[in-house]
Write a protein that binds this ligand. Structure first.
Ligand SMILES: [Zn+2]
Ligand SMILES: [Zn+2]
Ligand SMILES: [Zn+2]
Ligand SMILES: [Zn+2]
Ligand SMILES: [Zn+2]
Ligand SMILES: [Zn+2]
Ligand SMILES: [Zn+2]
Length: 1883
C-alpha cells in the first residue's frame, strides 16, 4: 500500500509536471526534510551497528520517485521497458571481487576479454582452451561484444537478443511523457549525488538542503532541527597507516574493545570510511584531535578524520543508495541507458568530467558506485561508450596526476576504467586519430620522467620518496598497451598523424633511457654500495610489451614506417657527441680498419639501449617496402654509420664477456642481476634478442673482414690474433690476464657463432613464427623432459601472454605420463634431436652443460658418436645472406688457423678445449653452408676452396690423437668426415683420407648385444615375480579354506578351489609357522631377541637396556604426541574441558584421542637430552622477531629429529620385551589353568571388597591417603608450581607412614583385613613410595559418584591443583582389597585350586618378573608419560596427575586404532607394508605402555584405575557410560596393562597370559553386543539371496546363536526387534568386528613379540580370511564364534550391559549422531566437485559471517567437516585463547575445535591446500586439482581448467588419517626458508 502522504506528494508532482513547472527543486525540497529523518545516525548509538529503517526509506523516498517516473505502477512499466530489449544481446554483468571469470585463449581478442560463469557455461568456449581466474572486482562480462571475441561472440542466452530484430531506437516505443519524466528524475539524482558525494575539506551542504531557522517552527518536524546539533566523527581510509596502527588508535580514542576496533578498521578498509563516534560537536572534535595526535607521530601524515553534521551524513548515505538504485535500473533495460547517456553527454559530459576531477576526493565506496554507474550506463552502448571515451581521454592527464598523489589502489581509481575503453579497437583507433590519445598519455608520463632526469638520462632512485609516484604513473604504460593492442587495417592521415605524434614522444622517452644506469668496471676495491637497477628493469618490462606493438603498427604502413625510421635516425644522431666520433686504426693481415676508440674495461657501459634496439626491430620490416638502411629516404643529419650503430650493443656484449672472464668481480650483485635479467626469458626479447639482431644487421652492412676486426678490437684481442702472440705478449702478462684472455677468445668465438648461426628470427632466417617457437622448444627439451608449466614458463610470451606453444608442441614432442606421478612430461621426438644446438644463444651456462651431458649420454646409449656437431641452420633471407661471407673471409680463416695451430703446439697456453670446440663448430657451420650453396648451384660460397689457403685439413689432421683433443675427438672426427663429404661434392675423385678412417674406427659403437640381454633379464625377473605372486595367492586361498572348513561346508558355492593341488598345500603349511598364538595358555613363546640400536647422535651402537641394567645405556626415540579428532565419529562432540575430563576409557565415538608417532630414529637418552638442551638454548637466544617462522615451537618442547627433521615433542624410551621372563620359565610346569567363570568370580570378589573414597563425602578425620597429601610430601619438580593441599590433605601428610611397616608379601593367603603394608622389597621403585596407611570406608554405590562431570565450573581452583582436585571430586579414591583377602574368599566360594590359580595369575614368577631399570630410564619413562598427558590433553604440567598412566594407555589404543584404519583404508592386510618407522614406533609404544605402571608417582593410581575399570565393565551402573559409549579396545588395553598391578604391594606386568585372553574374550563379547544393539536392517531384499537350504545347515552355527542373542539384547534394552536371516547377521558381525580383532592383533603382536602369521603381511587382503587368521592368532576358538562366549557368567554380563538405562534411548535417539552405528567407518575428507570452477562458483556468494552481507575475501573450506570460513581477514579474527589478547584467524580458530589444533583446508579462490598446526605453524601444499597436464596451479596463475584428481586427494586423505600433518608442515617450513614469515595464526 502506498503511504497517503506519498500518494499526495506524487499527485502534487504530477500536477506540477502537467503544468510544466516541475523541477528537481521540488524533489530536493522534499528530500531536505525526509532524508535527515530517515538516514541520520542517532547520537551515542553503537557506530558499528547503525541501522536505518530501510522499509521506511523505500516507502517514503524511493516509492515517490518510481511512481512519478513511471506515472503509475512502476512494476508494470519496468516490465514493459524490459520487454523492449528482451533478451538483451549484451551481458555486461559487473564482477564483484572474487567472482570467477573465464577467458578463451582461442577466441578472445586479448586476455582482458572475459565471460561470467553463466555466459561461459552456455557458450562454445567451454570446449575451447579456456582460462579461469577470479576477478578483483570492477570489470564486466564481455559476452555479446563483437570486438572482444574473434568467434562465438554470443552465449546461448545472449544470442537470442541478437536474433530479435532490434528496433532502431527503443525510445520511440515508449510515451514521450515518460521519457521526459525519467529524464527529470535521472537528472535530479545525478546532480544531487554529484554534489553530495564529492567530499572535500570544509565541505558544506548545498544551500537548498540546509536545515533552516524556519525548521524550528511548530508546523515542521520537531526533531529535524535537533538533528542539526548532532555530529559524527568520520574516519577515512588511507594506505599509509597499518591496520594495527588504526586499531590501536581507535582503542584509545573511543575506548572500545580490541574486537570492536578490529571491526571498525575492517569496515573502513572495505568502505573507505566509517563513523566512529556520534555525539555533540565537542565530543566529536575531541575524538578527532586524539586520533590525529595519535597517528601523526614521527612526522607521518595523520589519519584523515572529519567531524560532520549528521544530516549531511544522512544526505550522503541517501545519495549513495540512489546510485545503487540507479545502477540496478540501468542494468535492467537499454531504454534507461539511452536516457542516461543522453543526460551524461548533454553538455559535453560535464558530469563525467566533474566525477573524473573529483574521483580522488571521494571515499572508496562512493568512487566504486560511480564507476559501476558509468559501466552500466555508458559502456553497454557503442555510441555512449565513444562519448565517454572521448571525455575520459580529454581529462586523462589530470586524472593520472590526481591518481599519483592519491594513495588508493588503482582498482578503485576512475583511471581503472581505461582498460574497458582502450581495449576496444574501434574506440582505440578513433582516439588515436581524433583525440591524440597516444600523445596525451605519453606527455603525462614524460612530465613525470622529466623530474627524474640527470644529464638527460633517467635516473631512478630506488629509495627516494617519489618511488611510489613513479610506480603509479607506470599504469599509463598499460593503457598505452591496450590502445595499441590491435593494429589498424586501414590508415587515414589523421591516424598516421596521431600515431606518429605519440611515436615521437616515445622516442623521447627511449632517448632518456638509452645508456641509463651505466656501469664502470671496478678495479682495486669492491663497490661501496650496490647501484640501483630494479626500477629501470621494471620500466623496461612494461615498455617491452609496448614496443613490439609500436613496431607492428609502424610496419603496417609504408609512409608511417618511412617517417618513423627517419625520426629514429634523427634521435640517434642527436645522442652522438664528439667523443663518440674519435677513431684509431687497427691492422690485421692486410686489412687496416678505422675503429671507434673505446675501452669497455674502463669506460661506462650500460645494458639499457632501447633506441638501438628499436632500430633492429624496425629494420627487419624495411625489406617489405624495398627499403634498407642505406636508402636515400633515410639520409638525415647525424645518422649513425653502421659501426656507430652497433657500437653501444657491442660494448654491452663485450662487458658481459668480460664479466664471464671474471674481470668485473668487484662490481657486486647489481651487475650480476642485470646480466641475469638481460638473458632471462622475461626480458630478453627486447634486450639480448634485439642486440643479436642489430649485430647481424651491422654484419650485412660492413665488410666481413672489417666487421670481425671491429669486434676483435672491442674484445681487446688484437694482440692475441698476432702470430707472435705467445712469444712476445702472452708470456709477459700475469696469470690472471692469461686466464681472462683465454675466456675472452671463447666468448669472441661464441659471439661470431651466434651471429652466423642463429637464424630462427622471422625476417633474418627463412622461417615462420612457428619455426622459432619450435626451435625454442627443441632446445629446451634437449636439456631434459619438461612438464607443461615449466616449458610454458621458459618460452617467451607474446603481447597477449601467449607463448604459442600449443600450436607446435605436438609436432615436436610427445606427452608422457610416468607411472605413479600425476604430472606428465613432454619429451622431444627422437627425430628432432639432430636439431640440437649446443651453443644456442638462449641457453644459460648451466643449461648448456646440462644439455650437453644429456645429449652425449643419449648418443652413447644409442651407440652414436659422442659429440654434438652443429645442426644445419635454415637459410638466411636475402637481405641477410651477406652474413655467411664471415665464414669464408680471410680474418675468419686466420682466427681458426690461430686456434688450431696453437692447439697442436705442445707448450702454448692461450688455447682451451672450449676454443677448439667452438672453432670446430664454426667449421661445421661453414661446411653446412657450402653444402647448401652447392645444392643450389651457387658458387658464391666455397669454404673448402678458401680453406686450402690455411691448409685446414692438415691442421685438423695434426690434432687427431693429440692429448689436448681427447674430449672432442668425436667432434673432430665428425668435422674431418664432414669436410671430406663436402669436398667429395665438388670433386668426385677425392676419397676419404686414411686419417679420418682411423679416427672413425676409434669411435666405438654401442654394445647392442648387452642392451638386449639386459632387457631379457628384466623380463625374466618380472615373470618370476608374477609367478611368485600367483603361487602365494593360491596358497592363501587354500589356507583360507582349510582354516574355515566349517564355514565352507555351510556355503554352497565352494567347489572350485578344490582344483588347487593338494600336495602344494601340505608343503606350504609345513613351511610356514601358521599356528603362532600370541596369548593365552597356548601362547607360542619365542626366544627373546637382543636388539641393537645405533645412536644417530654419537653413532655408537648399544644393546637395549636389560634386566641387570648394566648392558647398554638407555635409549629413546624422538616422538610426537598430538591431540586428535581424526577418528571422530561425531564431530559435534568436543573435548571441552581437558582439565577435568575423565580419561578412564576412550569414548565409543572416538571424538578425541592422543596420537603418538615417531620417526623411529634411536638416540641415547643422554645424547638426546644434550641435543634438546642445545636446541632450547639456541632458540631462546634467537631474536624474537624470527621466531614465528620456526618449524617447531620450543615453548611446546618441540624439536626436530636430528637425522630426518621429523617433528617431535618428547622422547619415547626403548624398553625390552615383556616375555623374556616367561620364556625363561618355559621348562617349568605350566601355571594352573583358571576357567573364565572362576576368573570372573575372582574379579567380582575384588569389586566386592573395594574401597571408594569420594572427596566431598570424606570426613576430615579420615584424611588418609589423599593425592594432595602425598603431592606435598614429594619434591616438586622444576617447572611445576607447587600444589597446596587442602586441610584434609595436610592432615594426611602428617599421617604418612603411620601404618606403613615394611613386610614381605604374605604368601598362601594370609588373612588379616588390616591392609596398608607396603612391600618395600619387590622393586626399587616401590622403595621410593612412602608407605600408605589409614582406615577404609565402605565402598559407596556407583550412583553416588558422578562418572561424567557434565559441567564443572571452570576458573575455580588453580590450574595446578585442578587435576588432583577433580580426580578427588569425580573419580574418588578406589582401593582394592589385598590378594590374600581375595584368594581366601575365592577358595571359600569355589575351590582352593581356583584360588591358587587366581593367585598365580597375579603373583606367579612370569607375571612379576620385571627388569630392574636404572633410575635414568625410570626418569625418561616418567617424562614420556607426562608428555603424553600434557600434549595429549593440552593441559598444564602436573607430574602427579592420576590421569598420566590412563593417557599412556589411551594413546596406545588410539594410535593402534589409527594404524588399523590407515591399513584398512589402503586395503591392506594388518601388517602389510608397515614402514619400519611405524613398526619401531608401535613396538616401543606398546612395550612402554606395559611398563608404564613402573613410573607412576604412586602405585595406588594404577590400582585405582584397574578397580574402576573392572567396576565399569562388570558392575556398570546408570551413572557410568553404557556399553554403547565404550571404546572396547581401549578398555582391553587399559585393563590388560593395569590388572596385573591391581593388588597393593604387587607390581605385575602383562605378558599375554591366560588372564589376557579372558579380558580379550569379555571385551570381544561387549563389542558383539554393541554390534547387535546397533544392527540396522539394510532394507534391500537381501533375504531373497539366502535360500532355505543354507538356513538349515547353519542352524547349529553362529548365525542362529547371534540371531537369538540379538533378540535377547534388544528386548532387554527395549529396542524394536529386527527380523534378519542368520547368515546375513553372521556376515554383518564378522565384517564389523574385524577391526576390533585387528586392533587386538596389533596390540598383542607388539606386546608379546610372537611372530605374526604370513597372511597378516600378505600383499593381498582377504578380510574374511584374515578374520579367521586373527581368531587363531589371538588364541580364540576358530571354527565357531560361539564357544568363545559360552560361559553363563558372560551372559550375566550381557544382561547387565543391555539393561543399562541409556542403551534404549541412545539407539532410538532422533539425532542419529548420538549413537555410533558404523563401527568400522573410516572418516573421509569432504567430497569435492570434479570441476574446479564449480567449487569457485559455489563460494563466490559466500558472505563473511562477521560482517553483514560482505563477501569473504579468502573463503576457505575445512576439508574435515566442510565448513566454509572467512580466512586471513581481520573481520573474522577471534581473540584466542579468551583473554589472551592474541587474535587468531578463522581457520586457526576452527582448527582448534574441529581438529584439536590441526587443520586441513582448501583456499578456494587460490586453489591451495592450507595445513595448520599448533596455532603458529602452517604451510601450503599442492591442491588435488590438476590440469590436463597433470599439474597443479596454486594461486590460479596459469588458469588452465582444473579437475579433481582422486589419487592426489586420497594422498591428502592418507596424510590426514595417519596424523602426518604436523610433520608435513615441519618439513615444508624447514625446506623453504622464505625471508617473509607468514603469520599462520592469522589465517
Ligand atoms: Zn555474462
Ligand atoms: Zn552471455
Ligand atoms: Zn573460444
Ligand atoms: Zn649417543
Ligand atoms: Zn628421525
Ligand atoms: Zn570475515
Ligand atoms: Zn572443520
Amino acid at each position: 500500500m502506498m503511504d497517503p502522504t506519498v500518494a499526495e506528494l506524487v499527485e502534487r508532482w504530477d500536477a506540477l509536471h502537467k503544468e510544466g513547472r516541475f523541477s528537481a527543486l521540488n524533489v530536493r525540497d522534499y528530500w531536505r526534510i525526509k532524508v535527515p529523518e530517515i538516514y541520520s545516525p542517532s547520537p551515542n548509538c553503537n557506530c558499528l551497528r547503525i541501522l536505518f529503517d530501510e522499509e521506511q526509506a523505500q516507502k517514503m523516498l524511493f516509492d515517490p520517485l518510481e511512481r512519478f517516473m513511471c506515472a503509475g505502477d512502476p512494476t508494470q512499466v519496468y516490465q514493459m521497458v524490459k520487454q523492449l530489449d528482451n533478451p538483451p544481446s549484451l551481458c555486461g554483468r559487473v564482477f564483484k571481487n572474487g567472482d570467477p571469470t573465464y577467458g578463451c585463449r582461442d577466441c578472445g581478442m586479448d586476455p582482458t576479454c572475459v565471460l561470467c560463469a553463466d555466459c561461459f557455461k552456455n557458450s562454445a568456449h567451454s570446449k575451447h582452451r579456456y582460462k579461469i581466474s577470479t576477478s578483483s572486482g570492477g570489470g564486466y562480462c564481455d559476452c555479446g561484444d563483437r570486438e572482444a571475441w574473434k568467434t562465438d561472440v554470443f552465449c546461448d542466452i545472449h544470442v537470442k537478443g541478437q536474433m530479435v530484430q532490434q528496433s532502431k531506437n527503443p525510445l520511440e516505443k515508449i510515451p514521450p511523457d515518460m521519457v521526459e519524466r525519467i529524464h527529470l528524475i535521472f537528472d535530479c539524482i545525478l546532480a544531487y549525488a554529484k554534489e553530495l558525494l564529492t567530499y572535500e575539506e570544509g565541505f558544506s551542504i548545498p544551500k537548498d538542503l540546509e536545515i533552516r531557522e524556519s525548521d524550528r517552527e511548530p508546523t515542521n518536524l520537531s526533531s529535524l532541527y535537533d538533528i542539526k546539533d548532532t555530529y559524527v566523527t568520520m574516519l577515512y581510509n588511507d594506505e599509509t597507516h597499518t591496520y594495527d596502527q588504526v586499531i590501536g588508535t581507535l582503542e584509545k580514542a573511543i575506548s572500545c574493545s580490541q574486537k570492536d576496533a578490529v571491526a571498525f578498521a575492517t569496515s573502513i578498509d572495505r568502505e573507505g570510511r566509517c563513523i566512529v563516534k556520534c555525539s555533540n560537536f565537542q565530543n566529536c572534535s575531541q575524538t578527532k584531535s586524539t586520533m590525529e595526535k595519535q597517528t601523526s607521530r614521527g612526522g607521518v601524515k595523520p589519519l584523515k578524520v572529519q567531524v560532520m553534521e549528521t544530516y549531511i551524513i544522512a544526505h550522503q548515505i541517501f545519495a549513495s543508495r540512489l546510485l545503487v538504485w540507479l545502477h540496478n535500473i540501468l542494468e535492467s533495460a537499454q531504454t534507461f541507458r539511452l536516457i542516461f547517456s543522453d543526460i551524461i553527454n548533454k553538455d559535453g559530459g560535464t558530469i563525467v568530467e566533474s566525477i573524473i576531477w573529483t574521483d580522488t576526493k571521494m571515499w572508496k565506496t562512493a568512487r566504486v558506485q560511480w564507476h559501476r554507474l558509468f559501466i552500466s550506463g555508458m559502456l553497454m552502448d557503442q555510441e555512449s561508450k565513444k562519448m565517454f571515451a572521448r571525455t575520459f581521454t580529454k581529462h586523462y592527464s589530470k586524472m593520472m596526476k590526481d591518481f599519483i598523489l592519491d594513495d588508493h589502489d588503482h582498482s578503485v581509481s576512475v583511471a581503472s576504467l581505461g582498460v574497458q575503453l582502450f581495449t576496444m579497437p574501434t574506440i582505440a583507433h578513433m582516439l588515436v586519430a581524433e583525440e591524440d590519445v597516444l600523445a596525451r598519455l605519453l606527455n603525462t608520463f614524460l612530465s613525470e620522467c622529466d623530474k627524474k632526469l640527470k644529464d638527460n638520462k633517467l635516473a631512478l632512485e630506488h629509495r627516494s620518496s617519489n618511488t611510489s609516484s613513479f610506480r603509479r604513473i607506470q599504469y599509463i604504460l598499460y593503457d598505452l598497451k591496450y590502445l595499441l593492442g590491435v593494429k589498424p587495417e586501414v590508415w587515414t592521415d589523421d591516424l598516421r598523424k596521431g600515431f606518429l605524434h605519440g611515436y615521437s614522444l616515445l622516442l623521447r622517452l627511449l632517448s632518456m633511457m638509452q645508456s641509463m644506469d651505466p656501469m664502470v668496471r671496478q678495479v682495486g676495491t669492491h663497490m661501496e654500495y650496490e647501484p640501483e637497477w630494479e626500477s629501470a628493469f621494471n620500466l623496461h618490462i612494461k615498455l617491452a610489451s609496448v614496443i613490439p606493438l609500436v613496431t607492428e603498427w609502424a610496419a603496417s604502413d609504408r609512409i608511417v614506417l618511412l617517417k618513423a625510421y627517419r625520426m629514429l635516425m634523427k634521435s640517434l644522431g642527436e645522442l652522438g657527441n664528439e667523443a663518440s666520433r674519435r677513431r684509431y686504426v687497427r691492422e690485421l693481415l692486410d686489412y687496416s680498419v678505422s675503429c671507434i676508440e673505446y675501452d669497455v674495461s674502463s669506460a661506462p657501459v650500460s645494458i639499457h639501449l632501447p633506441l638501438s634496439r628499436l632500430v633492429a626491430a624496425l629494420t627487419l620490416h624495411l625489406d617489405k617496402y624495398d627499403l634498407n638502411y642505406n636508402s636515400p629516404e633515410f639520409l638525415v643529419k647525424g645518422k649513425p654509420s653502421p659501426e656507430e650503430l652497433m657500437e653501444p650493443v657491442l660494448r654491452t656484449q663485450v662487458m658481459i664477456a668480460q664479466v664471464h672472464a671474471g674481470m668485473w668481480r668487484r662490481n657486486g650483485f647489481s651487475l650480476i642481476n642485470q646480466i641475469y635479467f638481460y638473458h632471462n626469458v622475461r626480458c630478453r626479447q627486447e634486450m639480448l634478442d634485439r642486440d643479436v639482431m642489430l649485430l647481424q644487421i651491422a654484419a650485412t652492412l660492413i665488410d666481413s673482414n672489417e666487421f670481425l676486426v671491429h669486434i676483435l678490437n672491442r674484445f681487446n684481442l688484437m694482440n692475441w690474433a698476432r702470430e707472435d702472440y705467445e712469444v712476445n705478449y702472452y708470456k709477459s702478462s700475469d696469470e690472471d690476464n692469461m686466464r681472462q684472455t683465454v675466456v675472452l677468445v671463447e666468448e669472441y668465438l661464441q659471439l661470431v657463432m651466434t651471429l652466423v648461426a642463429e637464424r630462427y628470427t622471422p625476417g633474418i632466417g627463412q622461417v615462420e613464427e612457428e619455426d622459432r617457437i619450435k626451435k625454442e622448444i627443441i632446445q629446451l627439451l634437449c636439456i631434459e623432459p619438461m612438464p607443461h608449466s615449466l616449458l610454458n614458463k621458459a618460452l617467451p610470451e607474446g603481447p597477449n601472454h601467449e607463448t604459442g606453444m600449443e600450436k607446435v608442441i605436438d609436432e615436436v614432442a610427445d606427452f608422457k605420463k610416468s607411472s605413479g606421478n600425476a604430472k606428465g612430461f613432454f619429451e622431444l621426438k627422437p627425430e628432432y634431436y639432430s636439431h640440437y644446438n649446443l651453443f644456442f644463444y638462449h641457453y644459460t651456462r648451466e643449461e648448456q652443460s646440462k644439455s650437453e651431458v644429456g645429449q652425449r649420454l643419449r648418443k652413447k646409449g644409442a651407440g652414436e658418436e659422442e659429440c654434438c656437431p652443429p645442426p644445419v641452420p635454415p637459410p638466411f633471407t636475402v637481405p641477410f645472406t651477406m652474413i655467411v661471407n664471415i665464414l669464408q673471409c680471410d680474418v675468419f680463416l686466420h682466427i681458426i688457423k690461430t686456434v688450431l695451430k696453437r692447439m697442436s703446439e705442445p707448450k702454448t697456453q692461450s688455447v682451451s678445449e672450449s676454443q677448439l670446440q667452438k672453432v670446430l663448430h664454426l667449421i661445421g657451420y661453414a661446411l653446412h653452408e657450402e653444402e647448401r650453396y652447392h645444392h643450389n648451384n651457387d658458387p658464391y660460397f666455397h669454404f673448402t676452396r678458401r680453406a686450402q689457403k690455411i691448409n685446414l685439413l692438415s691442421l685438423l689432421g695434426r690434432l687427431v690423437g693429440h692429448r689436448r683433443t681427447t674430449t672432442h675427438k668425436d667432434l673432430l672426427a665428425w668435422t674431418i668426415k664432414k669436410y671430406h663429404a663436402v669436398l667429395n661434392l665438388s670433386s668426385d675423385s677425392a676419397k676419404p683420407s686414411q686419417a679420418s678412417e682411423a679416427v672413425l674406427a676409434s669411435t666405438s659403437s654401442s654394445d647392442m648385444a648387452s642392451a638386449s640381454a639386459e632387457k631379457k633379464k628384466r623380463a625374466d625377473i618380472a615373470a618370476q615375480r608374477k609367478a611368485r605372486i600367483m603361487a602365494k595367492m593360491a596358497s592363501m586361498q587354500q589356507n583360507f579354506i582349510k582354516t574355515n572348513e566349517t564355514f565352507f561346508k555351510e556355503t554352497p558355492s565352494t567347489d572350485q578351489p578344490a582344483d588347487v593341488p593338494e600336495p602344494m598345500v601340505m608343503e606350504l603349511t609345513d613351511q610356514l609357522p601358521e599356528n603362532m598364538i600370541a596369548i593365552g595358555p597356548r601362547q607360542t613363546l619365542m626366544p627373546p631377541q637382543e636388539v641393537t640400536y645405533t645412536c644417530i647422535l654419537c653413532h655408537q651402537e648399544d644393546r637395549l637396556c636389560r634386566s641387570d641394567g648394566t648392558r647398554g645405556r638407555p635409549m629413546v626415540l624422538g616422538a610426537l604426541i598430538q591431540r586428535s579428532t581424526v577418528l571422530s565419529r561425531n564431530r559435534s562432540h568436543h573435548l571441552d574441558q581437558p582439565e577435568t575430563h575423565d580419561t578412564l576409557i576412550l569414548p565409543g565415538d572416538l571424538h578425541w584421542g592422543a596420537h603418538t608417532s615417531s620417526c623411529g630414529h634411536a638416540m641415547h637418552a643422554n645424547c638426546w637430552q644434550k641435543y634438546f638442551d642445545d636446541v632450547v638454548t639456541k632458540e631462546r637466544r634467537r631474536p624474537y622477531r624470527y621466531r614465528p617462522s620456526m618449524s617447531f615451537d620450543v615453548e611446546k618442547s618441540e624439536f626436530l629429529c636430528p637425522l630426518c627433521e621429523a617433528l617431535c615433542n618428547t622422547a619415547l624410551p626403548l624398553l625390552p620385551g615383556v616375555t623374556w621372563a616367561s620364556f625363561g620359565l618355559q621348562d617349568q610346569p605350566p601355571p594352573p589353568t583358571l576357567s573364565l567363570p572362576d576368573w570372573l568370580r575372582g574379579l567380582h570378589t575384588i569389586l566386592k571388597y573395594k574401597t571408594v573414597m569420594v572427596n566431598g563425602a570424606r570426613p576430615s578425620e579420615e584424611g588418609g591417603h589423599s593425592d594432595d597429601a602425598q603431592m606435598d610430601t614429594s619434591p616438586q619438580p622444576a617447572g611445576m608450581v607447587a600444589g597446596h593441599g587442602t586441610v584434609g590433605g595436610m592432615a594426611a601428610a602428617t599421617s604418612v607412614g603411620a601404618g606403613g611397616s615394611a613386610a614381605s608379601i604374605p604368601m598362601g593367603g594370609l588373612p588379616g583385613r588390616g591392609r596398608g603394608s607396603t612391600n618395600t622389597g619387590i622393586t626399587t621403585f616401590m622403595k621410593a613410595v612412602p608407605g600408605d596407611g589409614g582406615q577404609r570406608v565402605r565402598p559407596p554405590r556407583w550412583s553416588r559418584i558422578a562418572f561424567y562431570k557434565k559441567h564443572k565450573k571452570s576458573g575455580e581452583g588453580k590450574d595446578e591443583e585442578e587435576d588432583s582436585a577433580s580426580s578427588n571430586e569425580g573419580e574418588g579414591m578406589w582401593t582394592p582389597p589385598s590378594l590374600p583377602e581375595v584368594a581366601s574368599e575365592l577358595a571359600a566360594a569355589t575351590s582352593s585350586d581356583s584360588a591358587e590359580a587366581f593367585t598365580a595369575l597375579f603373583h606367579g614368577p612370569a607375571a612379576t618378573s620385571i627388569p630392574d631399570f636404572p633410575s635414568q630410564t625410570l626418569e625418561m619413562m616418567s617424562n614420556f608419560s607426562h608428555s603424553v598427558y600434557m600434549h595429549g590433553l593440552h593441559v598444564n604440567p602436573n607430574l602427579f596427575s592420576r590421569r598420566i598412566p590412563l593417557m599412556v594407555w589411551n594413546s596406545t589404543a588410539y594410535t593402534i586404532h589409527t594404524l588399523e584404519e590407515t591399513q584398512r583404508n589402503s586395503n591392506r592386510a594388518l601388517l602389510t607394508s608397515l614402514s619400519s618407522r611405524q613398526r619401531d614406533c608401535l613396538a616401543a609404544l606398546v612395550k612402554f605402555a606395559a611398563y608404564a605402571p613402573l613410573c607412576v608417582k604412586r602405585k595406588q593410581t594404577i590400582e585405582g584405575v584397574a578397580v574402576r575399570l573392572l567396576s565399569l565393565l562388570l558392575e556398570g551402573g546408570d551413572s557410568t557410560p553404557c556399553v554403547l559409549e565404550w571404546d572396547v579396545f581401549s578398555i582391553l588395553v587399559t585393563l590388560t596393562l593395569s590388572l596385573p598391578s591391581i593388588f597393593p604391594s604387587i607390581q605385575g606386568i602383562a605378558t599375554g597370559s591366560q588372564q589376557d585372553l579372558h579380558i580379550l574374550q569379555v571385551c570381544f563379547l561387549a563389542h558383539i553386543v554393541q554390534l547387535l544393539l546397533t544392527y540396522e536392517d539394510p532394507g534391500t531384499g537381501v533375504d531373497m539371496e539366502v535360500d532355505e537350504g543354507s538356513d538349515k545347515t547353519s542352524e547349529a552355527g553362529d548365525g542362529p546363536w547371534l540371531v537369538s542373542m540379538m533378540a535377547h539384547c534388544r528386548s532387554l534394552a527395549s529396542i524394536p526387534q529386527i527380523k534378519v536371516q542368520p547368515q546375513q547377521l553372521l556376515d554383518y558381525v564378522k565384517r564389523n568386528c574385524l577391526s576390533y580383532l585387528r586392533c587386538c592383533g596389533l596390540f598383542f603382536h607388539f606386546l608379546t613379540e610372537v611372530p605374526a602369521p604370513e597372511e597378516l603381511q600378505s600383499s593381498v587382503w582377504v578380510p574374511e580370511s584374515e578374520f579367521y587368521c586373527l581368531l587363531r592368532y589371538l588364541g580364540l576358538s576358530v571354527n565357531q564364534l560361539r564357544p568363545t562366549f559360552s560361559d553363563p557368567p558372560l551372559l550375566e554380563l550381557v544382561n547387565r550391559w543391555c539393561s543399562h538405562d541409556r542403551v534404549g534411548p541412545l539407539v532410538c535417539a532422533t539425532d542419529r549422531r548420538d549413537c555410533v552405528r558404523h563401527w568400522t567407518h573410516i572418516n573421509q575428507l569432504v567430497s569435492l566437485p570434479h570441476d574446479y570452477s564449480e567449487l569457485i562458483n559455489t563460494v563466490s556468494q559466500f558472505p563473511c559471517p562477521a560482517s553483514s552481507g560482505d563477501d569473504s575475501r579468502t573463503p576457505t573450506m575445512c576439508l574435515v567437516c566442510g565448513k566454509m570460513l572467512c580466512s586471513q581477514s581481520y573481520c573474522c579474527q577471534t581473540e584466542f585463547p579468551e583473554g589472551s589478547r592474541q587474535m587468531v584467524g578463522a581457520c586457526t580458530y576452527h582448527a582448534h575445535f574441529c581438529g584439536a589444533g590441526t587443520g586441513i583446508f582448501i583456499r578456494v579462490r587460490e586453489c591451495k591446500i592450507l595445513l595448520l598446526s599448533g596455532q603458529i605453524k602452517g604451510c601450503f601444499v599442492n591442491p588435488p586439482y590438476l590440469d590436463g597436464y597433470g599439474e597443479t596451479d596454486q594461486g590460479l596463475k596459469r588458469g588452465n581448467p582444473l579437475h579433481l584428481d582422486a589419487t592426489q586427494y586420497s594422498k591428502l586423505h592418507a596424510m590426514w588419517l595417519s596424523h602426518s600433518i604436523p610433520d608435513t608442515i615441519a618439513h615444508t617450513m624447514e625446506s623453504n626458508s622464505s625471508v617473509v614469515a607468514t603469520e599462520w595464526q592469522h589465517l
